[in-house]
Design a protein. Sequence first.
Lengths: 188, 140
Amino acid sequence: MASNLARRRDTHIDEWRRDSKPLQPDQWQVSVPTGSTCTATYYGYSGEPRTHVYVASGFTRAPRFAALQSAIDDSKALTNLPADWDEAGAKPIAKATWESAVEALRAAARTSFRRFNYALPVPSIGPCADGSVDLYWNTQKFTLLINVQPNDSAKASDFYGEREGAKVQGVFDPAAPKFDFLTLLVQP
Amino acid sequence: LCNPDDTPAGPDWPKEDIPDGDLLYMRVHKSYFRNGQLQPAVFRDIEGGMSVNWQKYCPTAANARRLAKTPADNGIISFPTAGAVRAIATEPRLRVEHTPDFEKLDRSHAEVIGDKKAADVRVALLKLSVWEIAVDAPLA
């Protein structure tokens, strides 16, 4: 058991959560005192539940996730925008639309971190006049715009990204997002 | 108002062709300025087109700002050339058309017509745009 603990001391907390249950937003930023323990249960190929005990080795959580959560918290105010918030007839942002956008953002951040070990920068989370929500990254490395439409919209949600002249674009399903396009944008 | 030649208001203003090399101003409401940067959502249609002001009849960014419903709540960006807007890679291409506004006595009024909902078009417009007057700048 001792050797097992030692082998897993440096396991990143997101890694073991991948094998147990989805990381919840309120767990993205957790201070774990050095030496404290936590457990995770996952199911192996045989279907048998396995429980692992982890000993925190003093690592801190990925700080980018904390900033992301803060941006998400701030963006909830979008759902309070009145009609005509841009003095040009803009529609309000429905809570369901904002939630779809936020879930897509969390999924993008998880995918980026797990697949590419890259902490996705915090995007601008902005309202659109048609009631949709934009997630917009304009970084030195890449540009990416994901537009999440209201559920009842005739227009599909879509994305566009570019990096060093290479471009990716297409439709985007917030209910079942796929982030293959991140390969071009964030891989080293 | 953007009528520097004191030409009469009304139907005497012909609809002109805007040369590719001419500059266009555009008002941006403060709600589209977030986290220190302009948002792509600012590029959207209102009644079929995206309003801009042709520099030929709106000589300065300050002139364009005064045309806003609430000037203090708006900044001004420009597209250095109408041709660059027309050249954005989308099909069908965006059109830039002179549409004088007789109701507001704005001879400079023009519209960018075409799909601006697609993410790639909005990013392209954002990359073309140049700040002229910041959203929080005091009124001149």
